[in-house]
Design a protein around this ligand. Structure first.
Ligand SMILES: Nc1ncnc2c1ncn2[C@@H]1O[C@H](COP(=O)(O)OP(=O)(O)OP(=O)(O)O)[C@@H](O)[C@H]1O
Length: 440
């Protein structure tokens, strides 16, 4: 049974009729209090919920009703009905656990389709009971990663736009892909576009495509990325690099779901889900007016923050092992052994390049390091800068001094004069310290 909550009688009746015709049983509530009373005592397959009630137009009542609903019926999908232009309210609603939202005025066909999708998915989840979530190769058991993946699981089946924030190499593309492969769009294309690599002059032909002869050099017609991504997901990486004129063009596609290929007069329709990513601070860019506020609201219905690798060091051993296995497999060699010191060393690096940097280090080490990978191999494959910037373990001053001496000796290949120079102490002092720590 589907519950329709709306204070507008004509909406209740027309939607009710629509759903009954489509073969659904329907129940109604005309205000939040009545709705909660019903939600407490009946189990619904889906709830269609208006966000604006006559007592106030802020949508507060709607949000409160949604939160209460989620307490009594956490697994029932809720589709919000929001007034056109109240995108922030929809954002808040999705964060509070709504399954989807639809803006007024809607087309009956779209409404029915969204309802069917939600119902199908929910029954599928009930049938399988265990999660069918596909991590898409994402490794990590760190708490913040698990929370993030739980959010990905929840939002993947919706069509809500997602903004993924995080430093370079933290796995933004992998997350975007995970959203796609866990969505209803998974059998349609996942198209990735690096907007940082597209100049302003190329933007239109690249994204919208062009007709044959649209400009000099356009010898054949070419499909744009939007068209390629039709029915699927488009992943716009480095969205912060888009200049103002391209931002307007992108916004138009997102608002109207249509675009015009260069040299063609008729607009084409697209059905895409948009996922954007950036390592730029878009809030700041909006404040400085280098990023359009309306575009920002369009793309960030849901924001996911990917932690930097240094903030989830507990995942490093897991990642190292997996990357070693993968590299060994692609080289058709046995998986090498890694010394405990090397693993410990790897967990302490600063990783400005995040997971991509770690992966490169491990791949190179496996390639040249033989069957037993020690700390030196890893230090050498990533240049000295990384080792110098290495984060000291939080230990006693003595521990840190001992480690600094070991590293200087390492770097100087055991040459004491050179090691002392690296440490900024005299050779005599180095002798005394080595003696103190029983070092040979
Ligand atoms: N959690 C993870 N588990 C396994 N591999 C990962 C993980 N995160 C990232 N990687 C790997 O690290 C590399 C970088 O990931 P990805 O391209 O997704 O990062 P990104 O944040 O999109 O980078 P950029 O901002 O530079 O575009 C890829 O080779 C990816 O396979």
């Amino acid at each position: 049974m589907i519950l329709i909550v709306d204070d507008d009688k004509s909406v209740r009746l027309s939607v009710g009729l629509l759903l009954k015709r489509a073969g659904h049983a329907v129940d109604y509530a005309e205000n939040p209090d009545e709705a909660i009373a019903k939600i407490r005592s009946n189990e619904y397959g889906l709830i269609l919920m208006d966000m604006n009630y006559s007592r106030g137009t802020s949508g507060r009542e709607g949000i409160e009703l949604l939160m209460k609903t989620k307490i009594f019926q956490p697994d029932t999908p809720v589709i919000l009905i929001t007034a056109w232009g109240s995108i922030e309210l929809a954002v808040e609603g999705m964060k509070a656990g709504a399954y989807d939202f639809i803006t007024k005025p809607w087309s009956n066909q779209v409404l029915l389709q969204r309802i069917e999708t939600a119902l199908n998915l929910n029954s599928l989840q009930e049938e399988t009971a265990v999660s069918t979530f596909d991590r898409g190769g994402i490794i990590g058991n760190n708490k913040s990663m698990l929370e993030l993946l739980a959010t990905v699981e929840r939002i993947a089946p919706t069509d809500a736009p997602v903004l993924i924030l995080g430093e370079n190499g933290t796995g933004k593309e992998m997350i975007a892909n995970a959203i796609h492969i866990n969505s209803q769009r998974k059998s349609a294309p996942f198209v990735m576009v690096n907007l940082g690599g597209i100049s302003q002059s190329l933007f239109e032909s690249e994204m919208f495509g062009h007709a044959k002869g649209a400009f000099t050099g356009a010898v054949t017609a070419r499909k744009g990325r939007f068209e390629t991504a039709d029915k699927g997901t488009i992943f716009l990486d480095e969205i912060g690099d888009l200049d103002m004129s391209c931002q307007v063009k992108l916004l138009r596609v997102l608002q109207q779901h249509t675009f015009e290929p260069l040299g063609e007069s008729r607009p084409k329709k697209v059905d895409i889900r948009v996922i954007c990513a950036t390592n730029a601070n878009l809030n700041e860019m909006v404040a400085q007016r280098t990023f359009r506020e309306d575009l920002f609201y369009r793309i960030n219905l849901i924001t996911l923050h990917l932690p930097a690798l240094r903030e989830r060091r507990d995942d490093i051993p897991l990642l190292v092992r997996r990357f070693m296995e993968d590299s060994a497999a692609s080289l058709s060699i046995d998986v090498p052994e890694i010394t405990p010191e090397a693993m410990e060393f790897l967990t302490r690096l600063p990783y400005p390049g995040n997971i991509r940097q770690l992966k490169n280090m491990v791949e190179r080490a496996v390639l040249i390091g033989g069957q037993r990978l020690g700390k030196d191999i890893f230090a050498s494959v990533d240049g000295s800068a990384t080792a110098v910037e290495e984060i000291r373990p939080s230990g006693t001053l003595n521990d840190m001094e001992r480690i600094a001496i070991e590293e200087a000796l390492d770097k100087a290949d055991g040459n004491l004069t050179q090691a002392a120079r690296i440490l900024g102490i005299t050779r005599q002092t180095l002798y005394r310290r080595m003696d103190k720590y029983n070092m040979k």
